[in-house]
Design a protein around this ligand. Structure first.
Ligand code: ADE
Length: 281
């Protein structure tokens, strides 16, 4: 996968040289280029923003430096690829790269979107600052890219850089070969729509607290069931919103009993709070 990030603070992306993502870059599993938006300005002051039409607080990012930056990235990509002559491959027209614009006004980033984006050949991230980027840039970009404004969550950051750090890590670790043991991707929070079960290590007794006995039993069936029911309990307690989306069709009788004890019943393949079970929190 190739990732390009455009920002006025390229140093902000330095952590992407570390740890698993840094190693993936060194190993050639991920090509990641960070571009300074100001190199695509033409005036002496390297201006990237201006006051908003219609008035109001803050500054708006000018469209032209962004268009220049993305044209340069698209040109580099075509020059690199074997499709240079036509922009097409034997399979048909070249697929538009995805342009992700981090924004609190975007669709929510989650594990499903991370998996979807991990399938792409190229991702471009445009880190806006201030009040955002002139909307005409978005319209212009839509002809060349699949544009996806994406939000990390329902809160406001000062710019897109922190969101890009999070998204590149979440996407990058799903690329083949990046995480040493792919099993660990299967058994983690959100991989099956539930939160992860609690984990324990040695010693089995620590400061008067014992590891749950079932984990020392050696009974793998019981351990698997205990872990699954701990996932249900945690998810019901911390993220009941996830249970509303959960596909309850495959639940075993024991699973249904466990959910019953948590105040849930299965109605038409979905989990619902029982009317007599009181408020969710
Ligand atoms: N930029 C500012 N706030 C953001 C958020 N919540 N998610 C993604 N990008 C942002």
């Amino acid at each position: 996968m190739r990732i390009d990030v455009v920002s006025i603070f390229p140093e902000y992306l330095a952590p992407l040289e570390l740890s698993l993502i840094g190693k993936a870059r060194q190993d050639g599993l991920l090509e990641l280029n960070v571009h300074d938006l100001r190199t695509f300005t033409t005036d002496k002051h390297r201006t990237v923003d201006d006051t908003p039409y219609g008035g109001g607080a803050g500054m708006v990012m000018k469209p032209e430096p962004w268009a220049q930056a993305l044209e340069s990235i698209a040109d580099a990509r075509i020059a690199d690829s074997q499709e240079a002559a036509t922009g097409d491959s034997a399979d048909g027209p070249a697929k538009k790269p995805v342009l992700i614009v981090p924004s609190p006004a975007g669709e929510r980033f989650n594990q499903a979107l991370a998996y979807e984006l991990a399938e792409e050949e190229q991702l471009v991230f445009a880190c806006g600052r201030y009040e955002g980027i002139d909307e005409r840039f978005m319209e212009w970009a839509a002809a060349r890219f699949t544009v996806r404004p994406v939000s990390l969550g329902d809160y406001v950051l000062n710019g897109g850089e922190v969101a890009v750090l999070a998204m590149v890590e979440a996407i990058g670790r799903l690329l083949p070969g990046v995480v040493g043991n792919p099993e660990s991707l299967v058994e983690e929070s959100h991989s099956d729509g539930l939160l992860e079960y609690p984990v324990y290590t040695k010693p089995s007794s620590w400061r008067d607290r014992d590891v749950p006995a079932v984990l020392l039993s050696g009974n793998h069936g019981k351990i698997a069931q205990w872990r699954r029911h701990e996932q249900f309990r945690r998810t019901a307690e911390r993220r009941p919103d996830l249970l509303a989306e959960f596909d309850a069709g495959g639940l075993t009788r024991a699973d249904r009993t466990a959910f019953g004890e948590l105040g849930y019943e299965v109605v038409e393949g979905r989990l619902r709070r029982r009317a007599d079970s009181g408020p969710a929190d």
